[in-house]
Design a protein. Structure first.
Length: 243
């Protein structure tokens, strides 16, 4: 059966215990005489000291050869390395661009308001209807006789000058469509509902200043009650009834 392995420290302790036991029991070599006994004691003491020194040297060597008995230093000699978080934060702070303030000239620039030129207003109806220089002004007088089943009527168109009137129009509005106009002289006539429009002929178209022409026509139908015209105009000028 094999003995367990003994470390150098255990061997040194066993040797020192054995030396102490030998000194106590005085079982030393040469114990026959007192003188020899003294020499033996000195010899064993010197030997014990040498053995203790040798054991100490062995112990120190064993400790130096065993790195497991020493506490390991932290990686990098115990100095904590700078983490990547701090360096990344510093890099991000230095690389972050600063926001530029807008230029005051661009902020204060305002679009120019367009200039609106005044427009010419539409001329009034009074100015449009007034005759131009040299244009003749026309007037008309309506004359009619009473009748049971019709009557004869006429309209005299006169020019007050200063120029010669031409291309004039006469319109007469009857109270109802059943009343017809016929036997017209001095113009031609056309009907549109109750409105009758007279256009001058070649003989009556031109009216000199101070002159006049006459348009004659018959009104046919029941004219005893409500048989008179409701309106009469020559070039937008109202006719007047003869006295």
């Amino acid at each position: 059966m094999s003995q367990p392995h003994r470390s150098p420290m255990v061997v040194l302790l066993d040797s020192m215990l054995g030396l102490a036991t030998a000194l106590q029991t005085a079982n030393l070599p040469g114990s026959g005489g007192g003188r020899n006994r003294g020499r033996a004691v000195v010899f064993w003491l010197v030997g014990g000291v040498l053995a203790a020194a040798a054991g100490t040297a062995l112990l120190v060597g064993a400790v130096l050869r065993t790195p497991d008995g020493l506490a390991d230093l932290p990686p990098g000699g115990g100095i904590a390395a700078l983490g990547p978080t701090a360096s990344a934060a510093a890099t991000s702070a230095s690389a972050r661009p600063s926001s530029a303030a807008p230029s005051s000239s661009s902020a204060s620039a305002t679009p120019t308001k367009p200039t609106v030129s005044p427009t010419t207003g539409k001329p009034s109806s009074a100015a449009a209807s007034s005759p131009a220089a040299g244009e003749a002004k026309l007037s008309a007088v309506y004359t009619a006789a009473d009748g049971l089943l019709g009557y004869r009527a006429q309209v005299t168109v006169s020019s007050a000058g200063p120029g010669t009137a031409g291309d004039w129009r006469l319109t007469i509005t009857m109270p109802r469509q059943t009343l017809q106009l016929a036997a017209v002289s001095g113009a031609t006539v056309a009907q549109s509902g109750t409105v009758w429009t007279f256009t001058p002929t070649a003989e009556t178209e031109q009216i000199a200043a101070g002159a006049s022409v006459t348009v004659v026509f018959d009104v046919r139908g029941a004219t005893l009650v409500d048989g008179k015209p409701t309106a009469c105009r020559v070039n937008e000028e109202a006719c007047t009834a003869a006295e």
